[in-house]
Design a protein around this ligand. Structure first.
Ligand SMILES: Cc1cc2nc3c(=O)[nH]c(=O)nc-3n(C[C@H](O)[C@H](O)[C@H](O)COP(=O)(O)OP(=O)(O)OC[C@H]3O[C@@H](n4cnc5c(N)ncnc54)[C@H](O)[C@@H]3O)c2cc1C
Length: 415
């Protein structure tokens, strides 16, 4: 156990010194050498995903994965500015945070509505990536209009019995737990009859069936819940308040997808267009006026995006919530990434539309990236729905009409 000996009184120099000493002692020498030699690309050559996962608990034990969190939950209880200094010291070694949905979409409701017992039980193993998490929200009949969902939870003594079907559940096939939004009272309007739960995905009655992306990879799943027993102690937040609780997940996820939750400004902000500039040079395309124009457009948009994300992070650091502002990053980031990936595929030319067998393994990363990016405007809430959020909550436009607003959920017509 090598938790850093830092606290809120530590000076900037002390933070820097402690992190440097920790890196020297705990980050494997080959990774450090690679970072010095050739940055992230060189690190990737000497460090496999499996190596990183095996080493990750050492990182988690340092407290640096979630430096601003209380020590009891795996953090160092640092101030946001101290954490930022620590993060800058770590940046060259590309120590990404694992269990991203756990950190961005599950920790927020646990902090906001969880009991002390739930936080102590679930947060430390989440930070160590020993228990992986996903979110059981969308259903075949409820995506954008999530509050209309039909999965039912009925109380039975000290347990709840959950029945329903979820879909598009990212990483359910590799997860241990999920947050799950279920209907506990159909006799009230849709948003009032929901409750949030923590579901053990290894419990009897949970059936996870993988689905393939357009690019061939398995990333998300259908999840069938049949008489799944959830202890009352795993209810997250008050009965009937699930909509409010789940919104902390949705906002955290949006922030993650938008990039505002990522480690450094440049992690999502600069890498894409810069990589593309290098690629265009390798392919001898930078002399073409049209290509130059496209590259510069994307590059400048990426910088603007990084600054916008920085603004959201500053709000969070100052104790605010990302709120609707995260929707700005989500809408813009999705469209930007699609255009970046499309240009990458364009630059490669024919090779991005046809390649030698095997089909999946032989697919160039430009084609993979371009196909995967189609989901960017859907996952984490579609761009259209995020624009509605911006229109209503940022611009103050009239709310979207909902003729069923005050009707009990059970009386709303559905197909
Ligand atoms: C890669 C990926 C990963 C995902 N991971 C998860 C996950 O881990 N957990 C999870 O629960 N879900 C996940 N989802 C599901 C995702 O949240 C939903 O797909 C999304 O919210 C849209 O819902 P839907 O697919 O039912 O589409 P629909 O809601 O049926 O929408 C269809 C179309 O209608 C438009 N539309 C709908 N309502 C409005 C409106 N009011 N105003 C204007 N336009 C509207 C939409 O923008 C869209 O273009 C994932 C999806 C993808 C693609």
């Amino acid at each position: 156990m090598a938790r850093l000996a830092l606290d809120r009184t530590s000076s900037s120099a002390e933070v820097t010194e402690a992190v440097r000493a920790w890196v020297d002692e705990h980050v494997p020498g080959a990774w450090r050498d690679a970072a010095e030699r050739g940055g992230r690309a060189a690190i990737r050559e000497v460090r496999s995903r499996a190596d990183y996962e095996a080493w990750y608990p050492v990182f988690a034990d340092s407290g640096l994965v979630v430096a601003t969190w209380p020590v009891a939950y795996g953090g160092l209880d640092l101030l946001p500015d101290q954490a930022r200094i620590a993060q800058e010291e770590l940046a060259p070694y590309n120590l990404g945070r694992l269990n991203p949905l756990g950190l961005s979409a599950v920790a927020p409701p646990l902090f906001a509505y969880g009991t002390e017992e739930q936080r102590q039980r679930f947060l430390p193993p989440l930070v160590r990536n020993e228990e992986k998490w996903c979110q059981l929200l969308s259903e075949p009949g409820a995506g954008s209009d999530l509050a209309s969902l039909a999965t039912r939870a009925v109380r039975d003594g000290e347990q709840w019995i959950v029945n329903g079907q979820k879909v598009w559940t990212t990483w359910a096939h590799t997860s241990d737990f999920a947050v799950c939004l279920a209907r506990t009272d159909p006799s009230v309007p849709k948003r009032q009859g929901l409750t949030y739960f923590i579901v053990d995905l290894h419990a009897p009655g949970v059936d996870v069936r993988p689905l393939r992306h357009i690019g061939g990879e398995v990333d998300f799943n259908e999840v069938f819940l049949e008489d799944v027993r959830v202890p009352e102690a795993h209810r997250l937040g008050p009965v009937g308040e699930g909509w409010r609780v789940a919104n902390t997940t949705l906002s955290g996820e949006r922030q993650m997808v938008s990039g505002a939750g990522s480690g450094g400004v440049d992690r999502i902000g600069g890498a894409g267009a810069e990589r593309l500039l290098r690629r265009a040079a390798e392919l001898g395309r930078t002399g073409e006026p049209l290509v130059r124009q496209q590259l510069m457009q994307l590059y400048s948009e990426e910088r603007i995006r990084a600054w916008t994300n920085e603004r959201v992070r500053a709000t969070v650091r100052a104790g605010g919530t990302p709120g609707p502002a995260a929707s700005i990053g989500k809408v813009h980031g999705a469209s930007l990434n699609q255009r970046l990936q499309l240009l990458a595929a364009d630059l490669l030319g024919m090779a991005s539309t046809a390649w030698p067998e095997p089909w999946l393994d032989g697919m160039p990363f430009e084609a993979k990236g371009m196909l995967r990016s189609r989901a960017n405007t859907i996952e984490g809430g579609t761009s259209e729905v995020n624009k509605n959020i911006l229109g209503e909550r940022v611009l103050g436009l009239p709310r979207e009409p909902d003729p069923w607003h005050d009707l009990p959920w059970q009386d709303v017509p559905r197909s």
